[in-house]
Design a protein around this ligand. Structure first.
Ligand code: ADP
Length: 266
């Protein structure tokens, strides 16, 4: 039922995956991994078959956000080839460099090692038939990122930003990285994260801590769809720390917000 948003002809890798979507941010700390994680869970809850690849080689956070730090994916033989069986939780199949190396080690890797690790997770992961594979990219738009984006046959990108000007400046760079530089990956949409804060005792109030609608306006300017605005919510932060993404509880307000985000892609 899930359609391919953008078809790349003759794709050799991940050939049974309909949509390969890079989640990028430009600037770090804007909530890229949080959005990727919760979106993956929300897509799975909506009935899609979902994979998540943590390509944030220099700071893998997917294992922690899924409460799966101790997961060690198995090697299996498939048609006489060694394949890595992705770890599965909350309906999401995942691989992260954090499952294989001490994160402190990966921080000193150079570009080629990073793209090799990503390549291996993609080509040697036993992903099977999926509607979506989300790829949580490391923040930034350097050569490393360009190589990562070129390594993978990405069919679309989602750019996450806060409404703050410095974050938006980097989001613009991320958009040009996908649309320009010979990469030609369509940006499917933007997600404005930390859009506002509403204190529990003042449920009618919205405080725009990082500025109002910055990402929304940028999306309009660039003619890119705004997939959603996610406020700053304590339970989203807690979910990241506890290893139970907020999107798991679909009845909560935040769970609904992520379900709404997912519905834009299905
Ligand atoms: P990035 O991947 O862009 O570096 P993270 O996803 O790691 O960013 O998020 C940075 C921090 O902000 C984390 O501690 C995370 O829990 C928190 N965070 C992200 N989005 C939200 C949100 N909408 N509400 C509350 N906390 C958030």
């Amino acid at each position: 039922k899930v359609k391919a948003v953008h078809v790349v002809e003759d794709r050799k890798v991940l050939s049974k995956v309909k949509n390969i979507i890079a989640v990028a941010s430009g600037k770090g700390g804007v909530g890229k991994s949080t959005i990727a994680t919760n979106l993956a869970v929300a897509l799975a809850k909506a009935g899609a078959k979902v994979g998540l690849i943590d390509a944030d080689i220099f700071g893998p956070s997917v294992p922690k956000m899924f409460g799966s730090e101790s997961a060690r994916p198995n090697l299996i033989k498939l048609d006489d080839k060694d394949m890595i069986e992705p770890h599965e939780k909350f309906g999401v199949k995942m691989l992260s460099i954090g499952f294989f190396v001490d994160p402190a080690q990966a921080t000193v890797w150079r570009g080629p090692m990073a793209s090799n690790a990503l390549k291996q997770m993609i080509e040697e992961g036993n992903w099977g038939e999926l509607d979506f594979v989300l790829i949580d990219l490391p923040p930034g738009t350097s050569d490393i990122h360009l190589t990562l984006v070129q390594t993978v046959p990405v069919t679309g990108a989602i750019v996450v930003s806060t409404p703050q000007e410095v974050a938006l400046a980097d989001a613009i760079k991320a958009i040009s990285m996908f649309e320009g530089s010979g990469v030609n990956v369509p940006v499917l949409g933007m997600v404005e994260n930390m859009a506002w804060f509403t204190p529990a005792e003042l449920p009618e109030n919205k405080y725009y801590l990082f500025g109002k609608d910055g990402c929304k306006k940028l999306a309009e300017e660039k003619n890119i769809e705004l997939l959603g605005q996610i406020p700053i919510v304590q339970s989203i932060r807690e979910g990241g720390d506890n290893g139970i993404p907020a999107a798991v509880d679909q009845d909560s307000v935040t769970g609904m917000a992520f379900a709404d985000l997912a519905s834009k892609l299905i």
